[in-house]
Design a protein around this ligand. Structure first.
Ligand code: SAM
Length: 307
């Protein structure tokens, strides 16, 4: 017990000062990958009313942006879920794009956008093969990855962290929204938004934007939390108030969507949901796995209906 705790502390101390220093000293450096659209705090307030931005939600993420890569911090559940959600994405996308799931770079030639990428903890994995230990990438998966987030501090952290490894430094990170990327007529083979839809102002409009960013026959993957009583107990009461995994107030139950609602709004946005899975937590191992139980956390894969 004690050595485990000590290891955690050491890992935390090793990561944190390095990231903070890099963050502070890197704010004036030019990112190795840049993009046309950038939301500055001023621009945030002038953003169009049809935007998906919910300023209260964004402020919460901005306040804890420097903790993205602390795997024991407020984003601990996302770090813990990463291998499992990546397994779902990899298997559904390999099947959809007819790629060899055993290849080291199955997504060679495909473009992905990670909408609401936060500190880049998922984007970086797209550039690494799914491995037993996601902390130890074996080979690049080959996709061209763009990560976007409306919070500038998140994008800065993502950029600094990605630049620590030549393998991930090719990621294009932009402080922007799906709507802004659309104005620039950007399109992607796969559009991925994990744990974002419950934080946006208008989920239906957000899904329309995700769909418009997806090429015809391309893929869209969304994960979120079900608006169920079980989810209230697990994702709010337990995760925020008992286990303290997340800061209190991270989630509003009324902002959650049921799987049926998500399927419907995606359908209206021309995305056909083809596969869904739930995430199940094992308190004994501390690990997440895919399951048929979609009553709490779930992930959906859909394809863009060609017009
Ligand atoms: C819970 S985090 C999920 C981060 C990442 N997708 C993951 O699962 O590891 C939600 C992220 O979405 C971002 N976000 C919220 N609304 C957004 C919007 N309308 N456009 C872009 N990013 C948004 C927040 O800043 C935050 O980084």
């Amino acid at each position: 017990m004690f050595p485990k705790l000590l290891m955690r502390q050491l890992r935390f101390l090793r990561n944190r000062p390095l990231l903070n220093l890099r963050f502070l000293s890197d704010t004036s450096t030019t990112p190795s990958q840049s993009c046309n659209s950038t939301i500055t705090p001023n621009k945030l307030h002038n953003h169009s009313p049809s935007s998906s931005l919910n300023y209260l939600e964004l402020a919460k993420f901005s306040a804890i942006a420097d903790t993205w890569w602390d795997s024991q911090g407020p984003f601990k559940p996302l770090h813990a879920m990463n291998p499992t959600r990546l397994a779902f994405i990899r298997s559904t996308l390999c099947r959809h794009f007819r790629k060899d799931p055993y290849s080291a770079r199955p997504f060679e030639g495909l473009s992905f956008v990670d909408v609401g990428c936060g500190g880049g903890i998922l984007s970086e994995l797209f550039l690494s093969s799914i491995t037993i230990s996601p902390m130890k990438p074996l080979a690049r998966m080959g996709a061209t990855v763009t990560g976007i987030d409306a919070v500038e501090n998140n994008v800065k952290i993502a950029r600094v962290h990605a630049d620590l490894d030549p393998e991930t430094s090719t990621i294009e990170y932009c402080c922007t929204t799906a709507e802004k990327l659309l104005e620039e007529q950007r399109k992607f083979d796969a559009v991925i938004a994990l744990e974002v839809i419950e934080h946006v102002a208008d989920p239906a409009e957000f899904c329309k934007s995700l769909a418009s960013l997806t090429v015809p026959n391309g893929a869209t993957v969304i994960s979120t939390i079900n608006r169920s009583i079980r989810a209230y107990a697990a994702a709010i009461v337990a995760a925020e108030y008992i286990l303290h995994w997340l800061p209190k107030g991270t989630h509003q139950w009324s902002s959650f969507l049921t799987p049926e609602e998500l399927v419907l709004i995606l359908k209206r946005a021309s995305i056909n949901v083809k596969q869904m899975a739930g995430f199940e937590y094992n308190p004994l191992t501390g690990r997440w796995s895919l399951s048929d139980d979609i009553s709490v956390n779930f992930i959906a894969f859909g394809t863009k209906i060609p017009r």
